[in-house]
Design a binder for this molecule. Structure first.
Ligand code: ATP
Length: 348
């Protein structure tokens, strides 16, 4: 059991606010991902949970017990960082066993626990190797096994995949997902990669400049972003956003006219996803020249320029056109997202 409560957790350095009133209950066995751009306060939040950073204000409770004043070693959390500090002189077996020795856990149990943890990350055949004789992905798996072997109540992972190449990142990501399913340990995972967040999380917390923007399941965040920042951060490509004017239910911007828009008259930011729009023969809501075209294999992605911004549209994989050709794009009004032109907050 490990439920983690963060109550108005705040970190300030002088007048600079790194994390501002973070307030959330992380459920027992939940996989929670902190997502946001560099410097938004993800790592600082995690370090406060770990006990590596003092909170300026607010409380951290693990299973109802206030841990603010507990040393990191007394919090029953295990951490995996992006730079996995393995002991170079110890082989894989000894590296994985190390936390058990430090914690003076009954030596009679070590062998079984090390073998179980190493099997989970498929390192059984590498136990006698030194870290220098391993690939980056294998080293990262040793770091994971070293966290697993402790059988902690809480896992904290800070960008554990960021030093891996693209292919290894995908396979290690799948392994972490599978492990979290097997181990059922409450996990906080930090990343700036929205695909990692979407694939791993039970819930995602999107942060910006120390402030939580939205908390929700990957689907909720994707389908109903709370503001234009979240909309622009989630999805690949990011949601198309354009500034324009609503008059009598019609949104207009340069080369754009969309009827049936549910916002009061006035300026608004309108968004839609590339896959919710389509290329049509004519009569579409956007009519503009093609700026660029990318063949993705399963689809053709085209982009047009609207008021200086690129607007992406996912077309059929057989679609072909030349740069500069006029294209007509259908944007169904029931798939548009509307945001306040000034605050960026979702309207509806
Ligand atoms: P990244 O993805 O780049 O690791 P992050 O979201 O994890 O970013 P944090 O490391 O939590 O960001 O940092 C949040 C903010 O706090 C940043 O603007 C950072 O410069 C600032 N910060 C971090 N540590 C300190 C410190 N010791 N003193 C002053 N400011 C700090």
């Amino acid at each position: 059991m490990a439920e983690i409560q963060l109550r108005n957790l705040t970190k300030r350095w002088g007048s600079f606010v790194g994390v501002d009133k973070f307030d959330l209950t992380i459920r027992d066995r939940e996989f929670l991902v902190l997502l946001g751009p560099s410097g938004c306060g993800k790592t600082t939040t995690m370090r406060m949970v770990a006990g590596l950073e003092d909170a300026t204000e607010g409380e951290i409770l693990i299973d109802g017990k206030r841990v603010n004043d507990l040393d990191p070693k007394d919090r029953d959390v295990a951490m995996v960082f992006q730079s996995y500090a393995l002991y170079p002189n110890m082989n894989v077996y000894e590296n994985i066993r190390f936390p058990l020795r430090v914690r003076r856990i009954d030596p009679a149990t070590h062998d079984e626990r090390v073998r179980r943890a190493s099997a989970m990350v498929e390192l059984d055949d590498f136990l006698h190797r030194k870290p220098a004789e391993l690939s980056g992905g294998q080293r990262q798996r040793v770091a994971l096994a070293r966290a697993i072997v402790r059988e902690p109540n809480v896992f904290l992972m800070d960008e554990p995949l960021s030093n891996l190449d693209a292919k290894l990142r995908v396979s290690t990501r799948a392994q972490i997902k599978n492990l979290s399913h097997e181990l059922k340990v409450t996990t906080i995972y930090v990343t700036h990669d929205q695909i990692e967040a979407m694939t791993l999380a039970d819930r995602v917390v999107v942060m910006k400049k120390g402030v939580v923007q939205q908390v929700g399941s990957p689907t909720e965040i994707y389908d109903r972003p709370a503001n234009a920042f979240v909309a622009s951060f989630i999805g690949s490509p990011a949601m198309n956003l354009m500034s324009g004017q609503v008059t009598g239910g019609t949104f207009t911007a340069d080369r754009v006219a969309i009827d049936g828009v549910g916002a009061p008259d006035g300026p608004v930011t309108l968004g839609f996803r590339a896959e919710d729009a389509s290329v049509v023969e004519g009569g579409g809501q956007i009519n503009a020249p093609i700026y660029t075209m990318e063949l993705l294999g399963d689809a053709t992605m085209i982009a047009v320029r609207i008021g200086g911004a690129l607007v992406s549209v996912k077309a059929d994989k057989t679609y072909r056109a030349a740069i500069g050709d006029m294209v007509s794009v259908a944007v169904p009004s029931d798939h548009v997202h509307l945001f306040d032109a000034t605050t960026g907050e979702r309207i509806d």
